[in-house]
Design a protein around this ligand. Structure first.
Ligand code: SF4
Ligand code: FES
Length: 150
């Protein structure tokens, strides 16, 4: 298939010990699962804000997998790549995107690519569709107004 990208690793690379973390700022909507999970590695007040050498590779990979949007990805020098959730899980976040985990093929501006975690825009305002870019907060979008009632 033309334009297919083998994996979701995009963005800026941060090398640690036996692991590289990738951060795609366009897909970060500041859930802060990373900061809560490993504040010694993820510190928005520091530059660079990711210190990938600050934790053991397996521990860091586990926290990266908590990122619901896929803004964070990793590559382990030794060990298995991230396994997708089975079955696929789709969870609407209040006043925000659809959070999806699974063995996904997403058709975006760069063609089709494999993903395991994505946040999909449902407000219509994202400049990075189909991904959420946080614009729902800027426009004050409310999910309740768009949920069919009984
Ligand atoms: S967990 Fe992901 S979406 Fe949330 S702040 Fe960290 S990188 Fe951004
Ligand atoms: S739901 Fe986040 S930008 Fe649309």
């Amino acid at each position: 298939m033309s334009g297919e990208v083998p994996g979701p690793q995009r963005g800026k690379a941060y090398r640690g010990s036996r692991i590289t973390v990738y951060y795609d700022a366009q897909r970060c909507i500041h859930f802060a699962a990373c900061v809560r999970g490993l504040p010694e590695v993820f510190d928005p007040a520091r530059r660079p804000w990711i210190e990938a050498a600050g934790a053991e590779a397996g521990v860091l990979a586990e926290v990266v997998r908590r990122c619901p949007t896929g803004a964070l990805q990793y590559h382990l020098e030794e060990g298995e790549p991230e396994m997708p959730s089975v079955p696929t899980v789709i969870e609407p976040s209040p006043d925000g995107p659809l959070l999806v985990r699974g063995d996904l093929r997403i058709c975006g501006p760069d063609g089709e690519r494999s993903e395991t975690r994505v946040a999909l825009c449902r407000c219509g305002a994202s400049a990075n569709k189909p991904f959420c870019d946080g614009s729902h907060g800027r426009i004050g979008w409310k999910s309740e107004a768009h949920t069919p009632g009984p």
